[in-house]
Write a protein that binds this ligand. Structure first.
Ligand code: UDP
Length: 239
């Protein structure tokens, strides 16, 4: 008998850094293939998956190469970086035998199709993985906010924030051996304890839309699948 997923449609937020592997920047082939394998496991269960991909492995608007740059211009560069990651991710998914579509919040029509909500919903119904690129399309925002926004727009039952650590801890588990993982938290608890799970805009959007958020490790094999099967994985943040 096949395990039954508890979610029909999810929004997965992958940071750009998740694609880096142990490299200093860019996209690591083995890493992206591993992540695609994890996603294929949940689409294989019949779960509809949308992905919001970050761009920090290529460009971050408020740091590094952007020092001294106009903030909005740097942020547009950051959004373009997410388009590159989205193309790489969709390509890897298609090579893996899945069907992926990239939709961009910024019109770059020769490269990717624009984000059109009904079209995205149609793709999801057709069991295609939709990769949302270019964040929200606006400077001064983040791809975490794009994840909350798109998650709400497509009626995702859960936003999954993929991190290196397998959840939210009482302290940094690398520095403090007594740190423990929260199994669940309310949005208000997370905010008052300053846990820094996502930026305030993203967090407020999830809270206002009563869109639950799960923080889990994308590097723990099987963790993504365990989340959609309702396993005790990561940290659930809820209203
Ligand atoms: N960005 C933006 N608006 C958005 C999403 C992203 O301006 O709606 C820019 C911003 O400069 C950010 C960069 O794109 O630093 C990369 O996104 P993010 O930092 O969220 O990527 P991640 O940390 O997830 O890799």
């Amino acid at each position: 008998t096949k395990a039954k997923p508890v979610h029909k449609r999810i929004l997965l937020k992958l940071s750009g850094e998740a694609l880096m592997g142990d490299d200093a920047f860019g996209i690591n082939r083995a890493t992206i293939e591993r992540i695609v394998g994890e996603i294929a496991e949940v689409t294989g269960l019949g779960v509809q998956v949308a992905v919001v991909i970050g761009g920090g492995n290529i460009f971050r608007g408020v740091a590094g190469g952007s020092v001294g740059m106009d903030r909005a211009t740097a942020d547009y560069m950051g959004m373009l970086a997410t388009v590159m990651n989205a193309l790489a991710l969709a390509d890897a998914m298609n090579k893996h035998g899945m069907t992926a579509r990239v939709m961009s919040a910024i019109a770059i029509e020769q490269v990717v199709e624009p984000y059109v909500r009904p079209k995205a919903l149609q793709y999801l119904e057709e069991d295609k993985v939709v990769v949302f690129a270019a964040g929200t399309g606006n400077p001064f925002f983040t791809t975490d906010t794009a994840a909350a926004l798109r998650g709400a727009e497509i009626g995702a039952e859960l936003v999954l924030k993929a991190t290196k650590v397998d959840g939210v801890y009482t302290a940094d588990p690398k520095k403090d051996p007594t740190a423990t993982r929260y199994a669940t938290l309310t949005f208000d608890e997370a905010m008052s304890r300053n846990l820094g799970i996502m930026d305030a805009t993203a967090f407020a959007l999830c809270r206002d839309q009563k869109l639950p958020l799960k923080v889990f490790s994308i590097f723990k094999p099987g963790a993504l699948k365990s989340v959609v099967l309702g396993g005790d994985e990561g940290t659930l943040v809820h209203v």
